[in-house]
Design a protein around this ligand. Sequence first.
Ligand code: FAD
Length: 582
Amino acid sequence: MTYQAPVEDIAFTLKHAAGMADALAQGLYGDLGEDVIEAVLSEAGRFASDVIAPLNKVGDKHGTPFKDGVVTMPPGWKEAYTAWAASGWNGLAASEKFGGQALPHALNAACTEMWNAASMSFGIGPVLTMGAVEALAAHGSAELKRIFLPKLVSGEWAGSMQLTEPQAGSDVGALRSKAERQSDGSYKITGQKIFITYGEHDLTDNIVHLVLARLPDAPAGTRGISLFLVPKFLVNADGSLGPRNDVRCHSIEHKLGIHGSPTCTMVFGDQGGATGHLIGEENRGLACMFTMMNLARLSVGLQGVAIAERATQAALAYARERKQGGHAIIDYPDVKRMLLTMRAQTRAARAICYATAVAIDRAHRLQGEDVKSAHERASLLTPVAKAFSTDTGVEIASLGIQVHGGMGYVEETGAAQHLRDARIAPIYEGTNGIQAIDLVVRKLPQSGGESVNAYLAELRVIVGNVQAANDPAFGATGERLTKAVDALDRATQWMLANVESNTDAVLAGATPYLRLFGLTAGGCMLADEALAAQRIGDGADPAGRVSLARFFAEHLVVAAAGLERDATEGAESVNTAPGLRD
Ligand SMILES: Cc1cc2nc3c(=O)[nH]c(=O)nc-3n(C[C@H](O)[C@H](O)[C@H](O)COP(=O)(O)OP(=O)(O)OC[C@H]3O[C@@H](n4cnc5c(N)ncnc54)[C@H](O)[C@@H]3O)c2cc1C
């Protein structure tokens, strides 16, 4: 079973759960119309399903062989990538000044989901290039932008993001790669990076590495990190390629999944130092890299949605065909429960990710006071989008195997590949544990809690609308969501009150808190989407959407009560547990 992009569902969630319809009506996107959005989505869906999806298994089986410093991508990948870039997909949301189409980030997010559902290993490459574009556009000098951005925007050159070193994973501040100032204004970079996605490959003529390194007189920790642009091939002032830079791929990893995505150890400075160009100011590199990482975090969240969607499609198709006890297994309540969990949780995660992307658009496109609240909304939702959706990817891919029974565990059906591929997403771009800490320590306290409280108030409006609809088809949705929002509200106020004074307790509860946030927000957004479908009527599948929102509220959101207790009362049995260090 291959992938069919669910273009209509994607468009519906984008417009009616994530807020794009309102944004269009308010003129956030100028004169952009729904017709253009729908046309872009269907063309992306066609490309993803027809061109990329058939390469997914090829990438898994073939991997990316490494020999003499060269990484060879799987058969057919270069052709597909070249066609993809030539169609303009890489520059969808990039500035027109550098050859992009300046379309909404939210639309790009929906396309990112489709590329990654078709093949996660294929999709992650452009995620890094687009991140490099964002960081360079926001912080690069005019000269760097002029030389590098047009080719990065078009996808003619690819990007990579290089933070991790053997001793510096979650603790980026421990990195040791060095940068030395040169008399011509450039820098010489030496050091080693590990686990670098698409650090080397043969899809493009040049690769533009964004590398974190430390100057000799830099302060210790995260305040002494600078960001450098280090191209694989040096580039002449006219944009043509010069000699090879002193950076090379030393080896690639053998890993559980995403076999089509090369994960490289990179060595800088074998011959005296790689030439690098500073992005932004010295010692301010982490802030610049965060521009890239925030977008990449949302994109990794979308990978979770993507793999969950693909696993759901495969499980549904299998359950309709497979017969046991004289019935297709889809007729059995336990299988139905699995399939509904898959569909509902996938759609909830999708809604959260798309809403994050719309908030990013608002932050980029609005003016004045509104920018701050939009920016804070995007910051608040980003860790939830990343962690809740990537956990969803793993859970749903695992359920997908369960629906297939033994055929899921053997490689033939492809269900196993989904789980193997999905498993990296909760780890890279900041582990989900780090996302949860970011949420409770940095994001909740934004503007003294005003930002999260405003969000909670919006969730309450949705719940109020469900109650007001007074429609028996919603079952206990209104009541379950009310309890969940109450639980999230109490847990939020507890986190805000304790974050300074009782930090260890807050840290111990961060992961269940993030889950509570994701389930509650996702439940409200599915309900909102169902209400929109009821307003629109025929063609919007109101009965299906109401019943899915009801399933999510009655079967998944009910975990809220336990999660609240775990988040706010569970610290002692974590922090004082004996026997772990012995
Ligand atoms: C396939 C793959 C691709 C990758 N691609 C890239 C890339 O392109 N560029 C790049 O720079 N890196 C990349 N990485 C690295 C990735 O981002 C790191 O693996 C990740 O950030 C975790 O770091 P670590 O592996 O050192 O784990 P560690 O930091 O050692 O973490 C181990 C565990 O401890 C927890 N932990 C660590 N610190 C804390 C803390 N302070 N509080 C609570 N819990 C903590 C973590 O949550 C985790 O569960 C990639 C990794 C892989 C496997």
